[in-house]
Each structure stands twice: as C-alpha cells, then as structure tokens.
Design a protein around this ligand. Structure first.
Ligand SMILES: Nc1ncnc2c1ncn2[C@@H]1O[C@H](COP(=O)(O)OP(=O)(O)O)[C@@H](O)[C@H]1O
Ligand SMILES: N[C@@H](CC(=O)OP(=O)(O)O)C(=O)O
Length: 459
C-alpha cells in the first residue's frame, strides 16, 4: 500500500485534479490520498490557505467578510466547473464555512484554526467526489475517522502516539481513501492544524500508521535539488538523500518538504519519494535510511531567514555553575524555544526564531538576564539567517569547511557565527538575511561547480 500526498500546487485547478486522478488510478497500490488546499495557479496567485486566513481576520475584526468568502467559494467553483461536476457541492462548502464562522466567531484562535483546516477538508471532499464522478470507489475520510489525534496547540499540533493504532485500521477498508492534510483532532474534539505546509506531516503519519511500502509526496518539481531552484537556476538534482540529511535541509529552508514530516516514517524506515505531479514519469528524489555518499559528501545547501541572536558575556562565565541552565530557564518561562547555543569561554549566544520574541517578551527577558545573571554584556542581533551545508559524507572528508569559508570570503559574506554539531552531518553559518542568495550561490558553485581553489579529499 502507498500513501500519496498532493501538495497545493498539485490541486490548484480542475486540470490538476484530472492529473491527480490519472496518477492515483494508474497504480492500484495508491490507496490513501492526502490533499492540500488549492495552492497557487501562477506565481502571483494567492493560496487558498491565505484566502482563508484573510477571511478569519475579517470575521475577528467584526467586519464585512463577504468579499473574502466569495473569493474562496469562487476558487472551488472554478475547479468544479473545469471538472464538469454538479455545483451542488458548492452549497455544502458554503454551509461548512458559514457554520465554522457562526460557531467560533467569539474565539479567535479556534476560528482561525478551523477556517484554515476547512481548506484541505473541503478540497478532500471535492477530490473524493471527483473520483466517484469518474466511476471509482473512493471515500472522503475525515482525520477523526482516520484516527489522526493531535495535541491541542492551534497552528502547531503534534501527533499523539495512540493515533498509529487507529490509523492501521484503514488497511481493512476498500477503495481510494481521500484524507484532508494539515490537521487532526484533539482529545476534546477540536480541529487543530499543524504548522504551515503541514499536509506533508499528515501524509507521513498515515504512511507510518498503515506501514506503507512508500510515501509519495507529489509537488511541482521533478526532484529535490541540491539548492533552492529559486536561488540558483537549474541546480543539480538529488537522486537520494538520507532522512538525517533531509531533516537538516528542510530545517534549513528547503520548503519542498516540511521539516517535521520525516519523524513518523523514519522510525519505521518507510521510504519517501518526492515526485512531480506534472511529470510523474520522472524518477523523483528518494528519502531513505542510507545512501552511498562517497562521490558527493555534500548533498545540499539551504538557507533560511527569520532568526535572531541574544548574546551575553560575563567574565569567568565558564566557572559559574548553572549559568546556561538559568539563561535557558528565562526563555522557557516565556515559552520561547531556542535553536542553537554556540558559546565561547566567557560568552554564550542563544539563537532563536525571531517571531517568538515579541517586544513585551524581549523586555522581560532582557531585564531578567540583567538582574538575575548579572552579565557584563547583553545585546540582540536581528535579521539573521542560517545557512546549512549538509551531507553524510562530510565527516570523512578533509577540507569541506575550508572550501565553504573560502567561497563565502570570496563572495564578501561576513560570518556572524559558525556551528558544527557533533554528528557532522551539517555545518551551519549565521549571516545577515540580505546576503543569503549570494552566500548560497557561492557555496553551490564551490561544492557543485568546483569554482574555488581548495578541494577536499576523503580522510
Ligand atoms: N531544494 C529544493 N528543491 C526543490 N524545490 C525546492 C527546493 N527549495 C525550495 N523549493 C521550492 O519548493 C516548491 C515546492 O514546495 P511547495 O510550494 O510547498 O509545494 P506543494 O504545493 O506541492 O506543497 C518548489 O516549487 C520550489 O520552488
Ligand atoms: N495548505 C496549507 C498546508 C499545506 O501543506 O499546503 P501545501 O501542500 O500547499 O504546502 C498551507 O498552505 O500551509
């Protein structure tokens, strides 16, 4: 049995629905289909999820929302019309949206989450109806019915372990099962979404639950490339990448696959294949437990913005018992998670996602660090980006770091931070956000086009 997830770009129009149906029905193993909400039809288009967020904002403000409501229904109408299906389903979609608004209009968080989830929910109903329209046995399966239970953290849900036993029961069902991506149900029955791009997570949870032979993730590119194709034109395709490498690359900014989506499948060793809905015969990229990496120690280079760094220094910090713990405790008390903590003898930096540090939190955190830890120096650096050079083969190669620093120096990129974890599967560079494109391009040229002088050898 295979689980096939189709991203927003693969279900953005009636034409794309037809392509999805062709792909699914061409392989009887493709029994579980996960769909996102309709994505962009062209680069300036707006994703359904963003239209829904705009609708929720209007409702929250108590303003007239008929324009946003109309745009959402029109997107579905366009698909239904292109598919030459009955427009009756549009009344169901309108009734569903209106009832979410009526039930949750006084609870902003819940309203936003349920409206966001409706994008995939209504699209899955439409996809199942389309399979039926073509004469196939297919069912819309709500995530509650499928057994996807999650924590009650709107916009950040995590799967609850007992889900997997429930999901396994789907194996007994017949026909094509169409499950909406992006959300599950909390124990008390609320619809709760994963973070943005989270339909990838739904597909992975289902693949793990039914112990699928393969989790296919259909998108709009022929493969995962060694660098974001929006930064470097026609980059090298990646044929195989390990779970560990992919986790680092997704975290580092490869938006093609959600960075939390590997956890469910990697424990069971279920392979993932990223494929193109518009070119399904292309082999795609396989994400696997192990790969041969002797010829390509570096598999990819990723960059992501939106970080900041709180830097503290204190004379004889290294002798002060519990300093790091107390510093991180202050952040924990404010509900802030940190990403990295590079440190020197008398200083430590805490790198975190910038959006977590609201002005009020920043004021409290700074005042507590100052008074409780009595530091000599305390400042924040904003607009930071992290660039990751990733590859399992790096730990047995000499000269990899030298090549990176040479390339960055020649591209006139100032390094704010260098970090290499003990796993040696990645190297991380902190840079200012605005230099990400040139830094990534310089690194790509260094590793994949060999334009710089330093070369590396196997140790
Ligand atoms: N390294 C990469 N390899 C391939 N695509 C990438 C990479 N980094 C970023 N992308 C972008 O990810 C896009 C696909 O992800 P996304 O838009 O979320 O697709 P979907 O609509 O299928 O969920 C591609 O069109 C591409 O622009
Ligand atoms: N529609 C949601 C979830 C998702 O996974 O979408 P996509 O497959 O288009 O990345 C979002 O935009 O975040």
């Amino acid at each position: 049995m295979k689980v096939a997830k189709f991203g927003g770009s693969s279900v953005a129009s009636g034409e794309k629905f037809k392509q999805v149906a062709k792909i699914v029905t061409s392989d009887p193993e493709r029994r579980i289909v996960v769909v996102s909400a309709p994505g962009k039809r062209f680069s300036e288009d707006t994703k359904m999820t963003d239209l829904l967020i705009a609708l929720a904002a209007k409702v929250q403000l108590g303003e007239d929302y008929m324009n946003e409501f109309g745009q959402i229904v029109d997107r579905y109408r366009e698909i239904v019309t292109e598919l030459e299906m009955s427009t009756d389903i549009l009344s169901d979609i309108m009734a569903n949206l209106q009832s979410i608004i009526d039930i949750h209009k006084h609870d902003s968080f819940r309203l936003l989450d349920c409206i966001k989830a409706s994008g995939e929910d209504n699209n899955a109903k439409l996809m199942a109806a389309y399979f039926n329209h073509l004469g196939h046995e297919a069912y819309y399966v709500n995530p509650k019915e499928a057994g996807i239970f999650v924590t009650d953290e709107p916009g950040h849900a995590r799967v609850l372990p007992h889900s997997y036993q429930e999901i396994e029961k789907l194996k007994e069902r017949t026909g094509i099962l169409v499950v909406p991506g992006f959300f599950g149900y909390s124990e008390n029955g609320n619809m709760v979404t994963f973070s943005r791009g989270g339909s990838d997570i739904t597909g992975s949870i289902l693949a793990a639950g039914v112990k699928a032979a393969l989790y296919e993730n259909f998108t709009d590119v022929d493969s995962i490339y060694s660098v974001d194709p929006r930064i470097v034109k026609n980059p090298k395709e990646v044929k195989e990448v390990t779970y560990r490498e992919m986790r680092e690359l997704s975290y580092g900014g490869f938006s093609v696959f959600h960075d939390e989506a590997l956890e469910p499948v990697y424990k069971l060793g279920i392979p993932v294949c990223v494929k193109n809905t518009n070119n399904p015969s292309a082999p795609g990229t396989f994400i696997v437990p192990k790969r041969k990496y002797s010829d390509t120690p570096v598999v990819g280079i990723a960059g992501d913005t939106g970080f900041c760094n709180i830097h503290v220094s204190k004379y004889l910090l290294n002798r002060e018992l519990g300093f790091g713990r107390r510093l991180l405790q202050i952040l924990e008390d404010e509900g802030i998670s940190y990403e990295h903590t590079p440190s020197g003898i008398d200083n430590i930096s805490v790198i975190m996602r910038e959006h977590q540090l609201t002005p009020e939190k920043e004021e409290r955190v700074f005042s507590r660090i100052q008074t409780e830890l009595e530091v000599d120096e305390l400042f924040i650096e904003r607009d930071l980006a992290l660039i990751m050079v990733v590859g399992e083969g790096m730990n047995s190669s000499v000269g990899i770091a030298a090549k990176a620093t040479e390339a960055l120096a020649r591209a006139d990129v100032n390094l704010e931070m260098i970090n290499q974890g003990s796993s040696e599967v990645s190297m991380m560079f902190g840079v200012k956000s605005e230099v990400v494109p040139k830094a990534v391009e310089a690194l790509y040229n260094a590793y994949f086009n060999n334009v710089y002088s330093i070369s590396y050898t196997n140790s």
